[in-house]
Design a protein around this ligand. Sequence first.
Ligand code: AMP
Length: 281
Amino acid sequence: MFYLLNIFIQMKVLLNNTSLFESLRPFNDRGFVPTMGGIHNGHLSLINKSNKLCEKTIVSIFVNPKQFNNKKDLKSYPRNIKKDLKILKKSKKVDFVYLPKFKEIYKDKKKSKITLHKKDKILCANFRKGHFEGVLDVMNRLTKIINPQKIFMGEKDFQQLYLVKKQLEKKYKTKVIACKTIRNKNKVALSSRNFLLNKSNLVMAAKIYAKLESIKKNIKNKKNIPNFLNFQKKELKNTYKIKIDYLELRNIKNLKISSTKKNSRLFIAYYLNNVRLIDNL
Ligand code: AMP
């Protein structure tokens, strides 16, 4: 009984900005974990970190339509608020869950002029037009509303983390904290989109990850890395009959194409069962 009472006391659900402002006012040391729901252990790792480093942890669940460049993708994005709330409550690490409606976030009609630099129009920005403009816009708005001291984001979405960190830390007194990618037992990166995959898709994702690891290992002997990766991309395409948007080695400090393994990661975006997956290692 006490146990049950405890989980209810521990987490407050905030449905609008008025209750959010009121509830957060007494607390300055706010850790913020923005999500689009479909809560999994990747999200929970961010939450754990926030819980350790901050006085209060606020998780938002908001499927931001403005960052979807494809209507079908937005429609099929996994949504299960009831299940999400249950998982978050059970974690006992969340103080507040913010579930805003669209108008709550976009009330402020002022068009925030967000344009990507030419040099940033790479990787996902090149294949999902308008996506990061939507991400940066919503992160700007959420940061203004929540005013967090720290924001926790995953390295799984490395380019997102890179762009959001660059923008928000310049504009606000907030620090964006990078969190490691959490993987399943077969090393497939956890993602809400994995809920749209079947067992055999997941087996294939595991095989693709194993292949990526071996590609990364072999990179160091290669003279012309882009050529080598082009060849590997074709081989992956043919072996698994998948569409691949990119397979590139990039420097983690500036995301420029890299000609050395040092300070670099291998970035991939590909489709399984019409679901677009991204990873980096
Ligand atoms: P999403 O709900 O997919 O928008 O993700 C919300 C946050 O969780 C983002 O900062 C993601 O980078 C992060 N995240 C998603 N998957 C993982 C994962 N497997 N490991 C660590 N962080 C993740």
